[in-house]
Design a protein around this ligand. Structure first.
Ligand SMILES: NC(=O)c1ccc[n+]([C@@H]2O[C@H](COP(=O)([O-])OP(=O)(O)OC[C@H]3O[C@@H](n4cnc5c(N)ncnc54)[C@H](O)[C@@H]3O)[C@@H](O)[C@H]2O)c1
Length: 384
């Protein structure tokens, strides 16, 4: 694994816990962790249970005792690491978004296809049992024809103008701001549950134009006493409308300036026969409405998705004993282990990664051109 902070902790924990809950033919061995700072990577490897460490990710790729490279570094590093890993015949799990740009994502996609390695991208929210159950209800036609999806992904961790300029606020490291960091998750859930995007139109805003440079950062926290200010060149908030290929309408909003919302990943989907809604901060629950319920008793019901009928749930605890954020990663990695045993790339994989990236690019283009953009126009070359 390359990188060892926020996602490094989530992925390490998931690899370690996976065999505790699931019997997989392929089991993860935490062979080596890579980071640039020897003291830091050594301490992280010891704490998180890795057997060895390297101070250059290229060494991981050279090692014969490593089959899978897990990329949990900032977005500007994904392409170089993934392409080198694919060329060395290593399987890949990459954090989202796939890359900085559509063009980089295309090169990564071509590399995994050409070298025939297993690939996945870590859109983990799909793997909450409630989301898997929502997918099942939609596939069974229980919601009928889908008319609407309205999704918000709202955070507030950078509202303080003195909050430093971390990598997530610098275009050359992150690609885009709230759009690629959090709307990308809503886009993945939308593609998973509703279908492919036909066209989009969006708007973006950067409320705080410059910030002090960061001195220490990791995940969504940072410190700085610096008086040196630098420009914020990504969006603090983005909003966009979507026309789905199946005719459904989408309204999406992602912001890091929505005070009081820490990780408000929420949506509602309305169909001809029913509706669902979900809130990540109560991730075990799926609210469901069926139009054919008896008159007088109609309304949203709140299902706690911890029953044996709910995907992944029976690997954990008795009904009603809830699971959390970290279990979405365990569930995703269980699929990855299955893919490695059986020789296929489970979804979400780089096919999903590149489609997501094309949508991000289409939204950015629509903001630039102040109009509607067909996602199809963002396809760079025929995929191999
Ligand atoms: N799936 C999710 O829900 C989710 C949540 C958070 C972050 N992410 C994604 O995970 C990735 C990492 O984000 P994070 O929040 O863990 O970041 P972070 O800042 O907490 O950690 C990044 C790690 O990468 C290391 N690093 C940076 N540049 C490196 C390089 N050139 N070589 C080796 N190591 C390097 C840092 O030292 C650190 O260990 C990003 O792509 C982000 O978008 C996904």
């Amino acid at each position: 694994m390359v990188g060892y902070k926020f996602m490094g902790k989530a992925h390490s924990h998931a690899y370690r816990d996976l065999p505790f809950y699931f019997d997989c033919e392929t089991e993860p061995v935490l062979q080596a962790l890579a980071g640039r700072d020897e003291e830091g990577v050594k301490a992280a490897a010891e704490k998180m249970g890795w057997l060895s460490y390297e101070t250059d990710w290229r060494r991981l790729i050279e090692r014969d005792d490593i089959d899978l490279i897990d990329i949990v570094t900032p977005n500007n590093t994904h392409a170089e690491i993934a392409i080198a890993a694919a060329e060395a015949g290593k399987h890949i799990l990459c954090e989202k978004p796939l890359a900085l740009t559509n063009e980089q994502a295309q090169r990564m996609y071509n590399a995994v296809k050409k070298n025939n390695v297993i690939h996945m991208i870590c859109y983990n929210y799909r793997f909450s049992p409630a989301m898997q159950f929502a997918k099942k209800l939609i596939e069974e036609g229980r919601l009928g024809k889908i008319y609407h999806m309205r999704a918000t992904y709202l955070q507030d961790w950078i509202m303080d103008p003195k909050f430093p300029l971390v990598w997530r606020l610098t275009k050359e490291v992150t690609g885009s701001g709230a759009l690629g960091d959090i709307a990308a998750h809503s886009i993945d859930l939308a593609r998973y549950l509703v279908g492919e995007f036909d066209e989009v139109t969006g708007m973006m805003e950067t409320f705080i134009k410059e910030r002090p440079v960061a001195e220490v950062s990791g995940g969504l926290s940072a410190k700085s006493d610096s008086s040196v200010m630098k420009e914020v060149d990504v969006d603090d908030a983005s909003a966009f409308l979507v026309r789905f290929e199946n005719g459904a309408m989408g309204v999406f909003e992602a912001s890091r300036f929505a005070g009081g919302n820490r990780n408000g990943n929420r949506f509602e989907i309305n169909g001809s026969k029913g509706s669902i809604r979900w809130d990540m901060e109560s991730m075990n629950n799926l609210e469901v409405y069926f139009a054919d319920d008896e008159a007088g008793l109609q309304g949203y019901r709140n299902i706690t998705c911890t029953e044996e009928q709910h995907p992944f749930a029976d690997a954990y605890w008795p009904a009603g004993h809830i699971i959390g954020y970290e279990h979405t990663f365990i569930n995703l990695m269980t699929e990855l282990m299955k893919g490695l045993s059986e020789g296929y790339s489970p979804s979400p994989n780089f096919d999903d990664g590149i489609k997501n990236q094309e949508i991000l690019a289409a939204i950015e283009k629509s903001v630039e051109t102040r109009g509607w953009v067909k996602v199809e126009q963002m396809k760079l070359v025929e995929n191999v």
